[in-house]
Design a protein around this ligand. Structure first.
Ligand code: ATP
Ligand code: MG
Length: 346
């Protein structure tokens, strides 16, 4: 019998990005346009875990290599979001000279402050190519969104050449609840000619590559695992990474002297992290929910699979499943039962 080793090889901080070739090419093209002095805006959307940050980081690595200055500011899922939070973070690293002070506290009015920030950006972008990354706009405060729109308008009408690329990421599955963000994105497209790039789930070929960057498996095992990842992880790299991690933890995916092997995948538990993500989404499904609202298809499908509810017969409208239909079919009760029993095990 072969000797087995502890499951420890999986590393989700792997910098290997698979797929996203067209999207990266488009971003690189926009970077070139920006470096030539024409400011560019990109709105990078996609569901949670689909790879927005990974792609933005791939672009910023290239930008740095090409001599650009990169500043990043993030929004956080806080109960109290500090005004201008992402901008403060983004400008914190800017050298504090009188001409380039990144301190936002001195301004008397909002317009002063916006002008001040724009001056800093414009001056930097006139000196050296500048890439601004604003992450997770779905959590942004109103003031930060207003400032982004202001920067967009100023960049579009700048009288001189500015080597500026702005990348803003957001979860598009959160847009339904985020009227202000939806309006702001539309305004950026209109006023700053921002380009929207949407990230979609991995297809089979990309999922195979994704798996091969981590494991070398016999062909039959690889096919089973790809099928499993596509069915349960729905092509979402975050979900698929967590499924792999969980399989390793459960020793369903393990390494022996003979190499990696995959066990019987029919009896696998939901990884805790995926339970948490789905838990949050399912929690939005209350009986008071509008009949037109819905869950992203992937999360519903996963619940269906893990709860043993066949997806056949569900109505799929605009790639979303009506939450009321789910409620009517008793899925809410069954999902809730699963969440409760899962919580008890934690
Ligand atoms: N193209 C890719 N190739 C390989 N792995 C990827 C890719 N995209 C994402 N991943 C993996 O999926 C995980 C989630 O990706 P990422 O954080 O970029 O998603 P996101 O869309 O920014 O999510 P969120 O909405 O939560 O910010 C990453 O840790 C990474 O391991
Ligand atoms: Mg992200």
């Amino acid at each position: 019998m072969s000797r087995t080793v502890a499951p420890s090889s999986y590393c989700d901080s792997s910098p290997t990005m698979v797929g996203r070739i067209h999207e990266l090419e488009r971003l690189l093209a926009l970077l070139s346009v920006a470096r030539a002095g024409r400011p560019s805006f990109v709105l990078l959307g996609g569901e949670a875990g689909i790879g927005k940050t990974t792609l933005a980081e791939a672009l910023t690595r290239e930008a740095r290599r090409a001599g650009a200055n990169v500043l990043t500011g993030r929004c956080y899922d806080l109960t109290m979001t500090p005004p201008y939070g992402p901008w403060t973070e983004l400008l914190r690293s800017v050298a504090l000279t009188p001409q380039r002070s990144g301190d936002l506290n001195g301004a008397q009015t909002q317009l002063d402050l916006f002008e001040h920030v724009w001056e800093i950006i414009a001056r930097m972008a006139a000196d050296q190519p500048l890439v601004l990354v604003l992450e997770d706009l779905h959590w942004a405060d109103q003031a930060s969104l207003d400032l982004l729109r202001f920067v967009g308008r100023r960049a579009e009408s700048a009288p001189t050449l500015l080597a500026l690329l702005v990348i803003a990421t957001y979860r598009d599955d959160a847009l339904r609840q985020q009227q202000l963000l939806s309006q702001m994105l539309a305004a950026l497209v209109r006023e700053a000619r921002a380009e929207r790039i949407s990230l979609h789930p991995f297809d089979r070929a990309t999922t195979e590559t994704f798996l091969r960057t981590r494991y070398t498996l016999p062909k039959a095992d690889e096919s089973r695992l790809v099928e499993y990842l596509l069915t349960r992880g729905d092509g979402n790299p975050f979900f698929m990474s967590e499924l792999l991690r969980s399989l390793e933890d459960e020793w369903m995916l393990r390494q022996s002297d003979a190499g990696w092997r995959v066990a019987d995948l029919n009896r696998v538990r939901i990884p805790a992290i995926i339970r948490q993500v789905l838990d949050t989404r399912v929690a939005r499904l209350t009986p008071r929910h509008s009949p037109h609202s819905g869950l992203p298809q992937s999360s519903v499908k996963m619940w269906g699979l893990f709860c043993g509810i066949p997806s056949a017969g569900w109505t799929i409208r605009n790639s979303r499943i009506s939450s009321m239909r789910l409620l009517k079919r008793g899925c809410w009760w069954r999902c809730q039962t699963e969440v409760d029993s899962a919580s008890a095990m934690r």
